[in-house]
Design a protein around this ligand. Structure first.
Ligand code: ATP
Length: 238
């Protein structure tokens, strides 16, 4: 079986600085795969390249069997790859409901859109309670929920989440992680970038540890969670 996403020897540079130095990994349909690693390891750069916001200088990206390296970002969304970026990027002056609708801008099925908006409210009840309010009034964690809800509105085959736990309280973080588990249970395929290695590895089928542009260790989430070098480097153990 071919994977939904196959990344092969991917290289990405900012000018002369190579931020991603030949990484390879794949995501099978139905899996949660996580990229973990410290600041500057190249995780965000990888996601931005997969969504067409940056162009690789080398390597291959196959999504659903199609090469993506030259496909423009808006077409990549249409192919079924959605990105919930780091820092949320919601539209603060638009209402919560309007933000969700924007996530469905490529769809024409009004009924399906209404159903998926309701699904976002079921996943995150606070969004439903405040649907007519400006999104900028939401807390950081709630904005993160909105960003995830919005990415889901394109009915993606693959949902990419960039540090969904960033800046969240432990309770909010737990809620986001629990939602990722629920999304997986409902069949959503997820590529998760996280600095919180413990949380990400606990729920991932497969994990990859990135260090300065390279993948230095890969394995099932549970295996990495118990790997001594990972525990020392990323889980703060002696
Ligand atoms: P973080 O968790 O801090 O976001 P990351 O693993 O996502 O880290 P990237 O943001 O992908 O890392 O950054 C990888 C490297 O590329 C870093 O050394 C960073 O300084 C550099 N970099 C990122 N964006 C740019 C840019 N626009 N111009 C130049 N260098 C950049």
């Amino acid at each position: 079986m071919t994977a939904l996403l196959e990344v092969e020897d991917l290289r990405v540079a900012y000018g002369k600085i190579e931020a991603v130095k030949g990484i390879s990994f794949s995501v099978e349909a139905g899996q949660v795969v996580t990229l973990i690693g410290t600041n500057g390891a190249g995780k965000t750069t990888t996601l931005r390249t997969l969504s067409g916001l940056l162009r690789p200088i080398g390597g291959r990206i196959l999504f659903d069997g199609k090469p993506l390296e030259k496909v423009p970002a808006h077409k990549i969304v249409a192919l079924g790859l959605a990105h919930s970026p780091e820092g949320r990027h919601i539209f603060p002056r638009l209402t919560i409901e309007e933000n969700l609708k924007l996530g469905a801008y490529l769809r024409k099925d009004a009924e399906g859109i209404a159903k998926d908006i309701q699904r976002a409210y079921d996943l995150f009840p606070i969004l439903g309670e405040r649907k007519k309010q400006a999104a900028g009034t939401l807390s950081g964690g709630e904005q993160q929920m909105l960003a995830m809800g919005r990415a889901l509105m394109s009915q993606p085959k693959l949902l990419m989440l960039d540090e969904p736990s960033m800046g969240l309280s432990p309770i909010m973080m737990q809620k986001i992680m629990q939602t990722i588990v629920e999304l997986k249970a409902s069949g959503t395929t997820i590529l998760l970038v996280e600095q919180n290695a413990q949380a990400a590895l606990s729920l991932a089928d497969q994990g990859h540890v990135m260090e300065i542009g390279k993948i230095v260790l890969s394995g099932p989430g549970q295996e990495l969670l118990h790997d001594e070098s990972v525990r020392k480097a990323y889980l703060g153990e002696d």
